[in-house]
Design a protein around this ligand. Structure first.
Ligand SMILES: NC(=O)NCCC[C@H](N)C(=O)O
Length: 399
């Protein structure tokens, strides 16, 4: 089994993937907090867990090892010094006064490592801790219901990771947790970090697609700024440990339905991609910028408007097959995109996992020769992410 990191493509045979099984945090979403927590509904936890179990069972059947991030957190918290430091730093992220911090830290310190890890994800109800009476919030630690979308707070690129500066408060603690795991878990010893969560702008993993060992595609989206994309490109171009020489920055609409590039565009084979046609205009154009090193430590930028020639050049191919979500139909395509019909996880070249509900997109992928494995999605889809969002590859075989 591999013991470090290797992701030089979106499609190489997947061996190891970071996941999070949805837990009590989903039951800490209410209609009042749903929007801030980036959910469109309150999922039924029991069914969400069953669906997620089917996802991980399918991964295992295909010899992909799921690594549970909550387990990595528990393992680092078994060290008492790490536990004390983590509690202090974790609490410092939230609007708590010194007395509230002290009282909550004292409570968290009493929890065994496994319970502490569960509490960090689930959130901590105020009445569990004896806080001064002037604290009126329902939670002293917020729930992290988006944690099952492991794709976003962290991303593997080549042999290193980005620990991502997240856009919304609801997801910032997830990057914080991963930075502690990288610093303290032996699985990540000597990991190269391309980007830190302290960057004063934002970039998320759903916008990071590794096309090959030289080329990264980045969404410029609701969640990833142009400035952050340039910063990441500069780091990758200048770090001797990196093999990346080109970043294809793809501008997509800024809205909740298409929050990341991988909600509208995924690589599924050496020469095949799924794409939501709504990101292009009627002439199939969109705004693309190609970043390359300028030879002086910076980035030079070339504009482009058509995806196919850009992808052909980057991948050295004469043809590219763009498979349109829902066949490009005016009703089916947006419906299936909303339920993550464009968000496919390749487990090998030409072999993907996707949500069962997007049956028109599934038919189409099969008719284009892809092998498609379906997973149930009635509750998981309520968080607005699919199979790619629920997985962060740590190791893919090179192709
Ligand atoms: N890569 C992805 O598109 N992830 C889905 C994230 C959904 C989550 N509710 C969010 O808004 O961040």
């Amino acid at each position: 089994m591999p013991n470090h990191l290797q992701v030089n493509s979106e499609i190489g045979t997947l061996r190891e993937v970071l996941v999070h099984r949805p837990g009590p945090e989903l039951e800490n979403i209410t209609p009042d907090t749903m929007k801030d927590l980036l959910f469109d509904d309150v999922p039924f936890l029991k069914i969400a867990q069953q669906e997620h179990n089917q996802f991980t069972a399918l991964l295992k059947q295909h010899h992909v090892k799921p690594i549970y991030i909550e387990r990595l957190l528990k393992e680092i918290l078994c060290n008492e010094d790490v536990k004390t430091g983590f509690i202090q730093d974790y609490l410092a992220q939230f609007a708590l006064d010194p007395v509230q911090i002290q009282t909550t830290a004292a409570y968290l310190q009493t929890l065994p490592a496994a319970d502490l890890a569960t509490t960090v994800y689930a959130g901590l109800r105020s009445e569990t801790v004896e806080l001064p009476e002037d604290y009126h919030q329902p939670f002293v630690l917020p729930p992290l219901p988006n944690a099952y979308f492991t794709r976003d707070p962290q991303a593997t690129i080549g042999n290193g990771v980005t620990i991502n500066p997240m856009t919304f408060a609801a997801r910032k603690p997830e990057s914080f947790i991963f930075s502690w795991i990288v610093d303290h878990h032996p699985r990540f010893r000597n990991t190269t970090t391309w980007l830190q969560p302290t960057l004063p702008t934002h970039l998320e993993g759903g916008d990071e697609l590794v096309l090959n060992q030289n080329t990264l595609a980045l969404g410029i989206s609701e969640r990833t700024t142009h400035a952050a994309a340039l910063t990441l490109a500069e780091h990758l171009f200048n770090d001797p440990a990196s093999t990346f020489e080109m970043v294809i920055a793809i501008h997509i609409p800024h809205n909740h339905a298409m929050m990341h590039l991988d909600t509208v565009f995924t690589m599924v084979n050496r020469d095949q991609f799924t794409i939501f046609p709504g990101i292009m205009d009627q002439d199939y154009q969109l705004n693309i910028e190609i970043f390359r090193p300028n030879g002086k430590g910076g980035v030079k930028i070339k504009q482009a408007h058509h995806l196919q020639p850009v992808l052909k050049e980057a991948l050295g191919l004469s043809e590219i097959d763009l498979i349109e979500t829902g066949g490009g139909d005016a009703i089916i395509a947006p419906r299936e995109q909303w339920n993550d019909g464009s968000n496919n996880l390749a487990i090998a070249p030409g072999e993907v996992i996707t949500y069962d509900r997007n049956y028109r997109s599934i038919q189409l992928m099969r008719s284009h020769g892809l092998t498609v494995h379906e997973i149930p999605s009635s509750e998981l889809a309520r968080g607005r992410g699919g199979a790619r969002c629920m997985s962060q590859p740590l190791w893919r075989d090179d192709i």
